[in-house]
Design a protein around this ligand. Structure first.
Ligand SMILES: [Zn+2]
Length: 91
């Protein structure tokens, strides 16, 4: 569980927590700056996850992926600085 571990398919960003788990950022459609747009941050230590959904219909104007990804990264950065949960060991 370090930066040397290959990133799972679809992960576009990874943050190391103080508990040495990862917060992984994924996106519903990494190839397109489409809208609506969903980025998800998932912590491998405590299991918390946060969806960041961007759409002009939700009253949040941005260019889809960029806004969703930025919000997900901000949450990941903050969570990584606080979370002390250890990742579940793999056999
Ligand atoms: Zn966590």
């Amino acid at each position: 569980m370090t930066a040397q571990t290959p990133w799972p398919k679809g992960v576009i960003g990874r943050y190391l927590t103080v508990g040495r788990a990862n917060v992984d950022i994924t996106h519903d459609n990494p190839a397109l700056d489409a809208e609506p747009s969903l980025s998800t941050a998932q912590c491998t230590g405590c299991g918390r996850h946060m969806d960041h959904y961007w759409s002009t219909h939700a009253g949040r104007y941005d260019n889809g992926r960029t806004g969703a990804e930025r919000a997900a990264r901000e949450w990941a950065q903050t969570h990584a600085g606080h979370c002390r949960a250890l990742p579940k060991p793999t056999a």
